[in-house]
Design a protein around this ligand. Structure first.
Ligand code: ZN
Length: 88
């Protein structure tokens, strides 16, 4: 599997199913440079993700649940990524 197809697969998976099941915990994407991407950016920036060079900030390598970080922000759009347990 290429970097691009893996990256796109993870992003598509996240924009289609942004909450972990079971439990409904909010998911976000992690890029290879350690940035967080919210589900909205995974959808809106699909083309960038699909054509990542691998080190341009759009290489999605994993998805994760935001358990309790109330200050976790998307590194692209700056919006807050919901957390499972933190207030607000
Ligand atoms: Zn975002």
């Amino acid at each position: 599997m290429t970097t691009q197809s893996r990256s796109l697969r993870l992003a598509d998976c996240l924009s289609r199913a942004p909450f972990a099941w079971p439990g409904g915990y909010p998911l976000y994407a992690i890029t290879n440079d350690g940035a967080a991407l919210c589900r909205h950016c995974c959808h809106a920036e699909r083309l960038s993700i699909a054509t990542t060079t691998g080190d341009d900030g759009w290489n999605v390598v994993a998805q994760a649940v935001n358990w309790e970080d109330p200050d976790l922000l998307c590194d692209h759009c700056g919006s807050r990524i919901e957390s499972a347990y933190a207030e607000g």
